[in-house]
Design a protein around this ligand. Structure first.
Ligand code: CA
Ligand code: ZN
Length: 303
């Protein structure tokens, strides 16, 4: 059992980063994460203008996973995803999918209360069920440096609402050790993240990581109790949608070994195409498919 404090953060997934910590496969690690503003906003009076924008989207890490070789498929299990402190939201004129409508900057502090968050509104306090999730999570790419705000094949800022406690994520290691990191938790967020933020919160994330033998697996892929979801990011919704559909088709035919037309019929009958976020230069879409259907067809699950 290891822990890594939020003093160890990076701002771009990069194969040349020095590991902050090494863990064994299967070893539990708890990472302390900062919110996407590096915990800089702590009261309604803390304006976004005063933010140090060089400290946006910190991810805690990087973590070297022993025994992981470049090209390996890695499963990261999210044993715990727990908000701490308070959540924050910002309205910023000109930002996000509501850019033209938001006229005044505003910082809102939202109380995290276990199963719920309490949002101050003009009509009083509103209690909303919490559904904690991780915005930024991934491994270093094989080459280049990807800022944490950008999603991609390596993971990164996918802002995908099914990446929560109990989920497993699958990535392909770009370098030996994988160089894992995560941050940008949301106590709750809707699909699309239209304002460019969820209930941004610091938190604690407990993981294990291991190499798996499933060379055909499309990545990044999320597995929850109920579903598999492939996550696709691209410069347009059209391109991300096409990619998500292709990745799920590949999973169903190459990994679960369904026939082409069975995969097509089932994707159309019980598959669900959903938005993750539509507000970053690279947008993210996912394709969800129910595990129960594949279980009925004899697919035992990912190695
Ligand atoms: Ca995010
Ligand atoms: Zn966020």
């Amino acid at each position: 059992m290891s822990t890594l404090s939020n003093e160890h953060v990076f701002y771009a997934f990069d194969p040349s980063l020095e590991p902050a910590l090494r863990i064994a496969q299967g070893e539990e690690l708890t990472l302390e994460t900062m919110d996407c503003f590096a915990n800089q906003l702590n009261s309604p009076g803390d304006e976004v203008d005063a933010l140090d924008w060089d400290r946006i989207n910190p991810a805690t890490g990087p973590v070297f996973i022993e025994g992981v070789k470049a090209g390996d498929l890695v499963r990261v299990r999210l044993l715990k995803v727990e908000p701490t402190g308070h959540s924050t939201m910002t309205c910023i004129p000109g930002e996000g999918a509501l850019a033209d409508h938001i006229e005044a900057s505003e910082t809102t502090i939202i109380e995290n209360c276990g199963d719920a968050v309490v949002l101050p509104t003009q009509r009083g306090l509103l209690t909303i069920a919490a559904k904690p999730m991780i915005g930024v999570i991934g491994l270093a790419p094989a080459e280049g440096s990807v800022p944490n705000g950008t999603p991609g094949v390596h993971g990164g800022n996918m802002d995908c609402t099914v990446i929560g406690q109990g989920a497993a994520l699958y990535f392909k290691a770009g370098v030996d050790g994988g160089l894992f990191g995560c941050g940008d938790l949301h106590a709750v967020m809707g699909d699309g993240e239209v304002l460019v933020c969820g209930a941004e919160t610091p938190g604690l994330v407990t993981i294990t990581a291991e190499v798996i033998d499933e060379p055909q697996l499309p990545v990044p892929l999320v597995e929850t109790d109920d579903l598999y979801a492939v996550v696709a990011s691209a410069g347009s919704i059209d391109d991300a949608t096409k990619l998500a559909i292709d990745l799920m088709f590949s999973f169903l035919t190459k990994v679960a070994k369904l026939s082409v037309n069975d995969a097509g019929r089932l994707m159309s009958l019980v598959g669900n195409l959903k938005f993750c976020q539509v507000v970053d230069p690279q947008v993210t879409v996912r394709f969800e498919f129910p595990k129960s259907v594949l279980q009925q067809l004899g697919y035992p699950g990912i190695g």
